[in-house]
Design a protein around this ligand. Sequence first.
Ligand code: NAD
Length: 447
Amino acid sequence: MDQQSAFENAMNQLASAAAKLRIKNSELRSKVERLKQPERIIQVSIPVKMDDGSTKIFDGYRVQYSSALGPYKGGIRFHQNVSLDEVKALSFWMSVKCGVAGLPMGGGKGGVIVDPKSLSKKELEGLSRGYVKALWRDLGPYVDVPAPDVNTNGQIMAWMGDEYKKQITNNPSTSLRAGKSNSKFKKLTRGEVSATFTGKPISRGGSKGRVEATARGGLYILQALLQKFKIQKSNIKNQGQNSKFKTIAVQGMGNVGGIFARSAQERGFIVVAISDSKGGVYNPEGLDVKMAEIWKQEKGSISDFPGPGRQLSITNDQLLELPVDILVPAALENVINEDNALKIKAKIILELANGPTTSGADKILHQRKITVVPDFLANSGGVTVSYFEWFQNLHNAHWTEKQVNLKLKEYMEKAFAKVWKSHINSHVDLRTAAYLVALTRILKAMK
Ligand code: NAD
C-alpha cells in the first residue's frame, strides 16, 4: 500500500490542484502557501476522573485550518489512532468541503486519543466535558463550531454544549472571542450558545434530517451525475430502474452506508452487496436491505444474513472487487489502494467515507476511466445540514424535514453543477475539479 501520511496526501492534492489553477499572481501564490499550514493548532491534555477514583490524562487536539469562508467547522473524533497529522488533514479537507458545498464556513477538526469503548458512560461524559473545559475559549458560534465525527454522537454534543454554556455563564468577561468580532464582551443569546455545536439531538436544538443528511446528499450527487451521463430517461424517483448503472455495492452499513443503501433501493437501484466490519453478503439478483438491517440489529452482523438463491458471504476486500456499476465505500480510509485499484470493476465510485482512496489508486482509476466522485463532494450533505442547524439556532427557526431535504438537494445540485462545469472546462477528473471550485472560493475570500 502507498505509505503516505494523511496530511502529506492532503498536501499533494492541494499541490496538484493549485498547479492546475496556473497562478501567476504573487499574491495568490502566497495565499496558496498559507493554505499549506493550519491557522491554529491547539493541543490540550484532559484530566478525567475514572470510576476507580484515579485520574487519567488524555491528549486532545483542535486544528483550526482556515477561517477564510467563515467560522471553523468540523467534527470531533474519539479514537485510539487519532494523531495530530490526521486531525490536520481532516481539518484541511473540511475547509475544501465547505468550499465546494458553498457554505459560509471554514474548516476545522478535533480529536482525542482514546478508545471510547474502554470508558464507562460516566467517564465518556467526563472526557467530553473535559475537552470543552480545555477549549471553550476557542469555540463559539462565530469562531469554531464542532460536530460529531467517528465515535462521537448527539449525546456527546449535548454534554459538550451543556459544558460550553456553563463555562460561558461562569466566565462572562472572557467570552470575547465567542461573540461577533465587533461586539466585545457580548453576552451570547440562547440561540448562539446552541449554535456552537451541531449534530445535537433534536430535543437539544438539533436539525431534522441531520442523521440522514450525508447519505441523502450522496444520493442527490449520484443522481446529478447520472443525469449528466444522460442515463436518466424518466423521472428521478425511478432513476435506478431507468439507468444503465443499476447495481450497487456498499462497504460499511453504518449511519451513512445503511441509510444510503436503503434509500438507493427505494429509488430502484439494485443493492447487490453490503458489509460491516465482520464481512458482507453478495447476491447478484439484489438483497433486501431492510431485512438485512433488521438481521444486523438482532444478530450483530450482516455477514451471515441468509438469503434466497445465489447469496454468498464475502469479505470486505472481495466486496470492493465485485462486478457492479456503482461502488460505495462508506466505512474506512485507504481501502482502495494500489493493491486493488487494478481489480476494481465498478464504473463509478461514490466516496461516502472520508479518504477511502489513496492518491496512488486515484491515478490508476483515472487512467482506467473509472469515475470517482470525491469524498468532500459526495459526503458534504452532512456538513451542509450541520450548517442548516447552526443557521436555525441563530435565527430561532425550526425547519421541517421536507424543508431541510429540499434545501439540501438545492445545495448538492448546485455544488455538483459547479464541479461538473470545472471538470468539463478544465479537462480534469472530478476530484481535481472539486478542488478547483473550492480553492477558487477560498482564495477569493482570503485576506
Ligand atoms: P458508523 O460508525 O456509523 O459506520 C461505519 C460502518 O463501517 C459500520 O457498519 C462498521 O461495521 C463498518 N466498518 C468498520 N470497519 C470496517 C471494515 N474494516 N470494513 C468494512 N466495514 C467496516 O460511521 P458513519 O457515520 O456511517 O461514517 C462512515 C464514514 O463516512 C466515515 O469515513 C466517516 O468519516 C464518513 N462520514 C460520515 C459522516 C456522517 O455524517 N456520519 C459525514 C461525512 C463523512
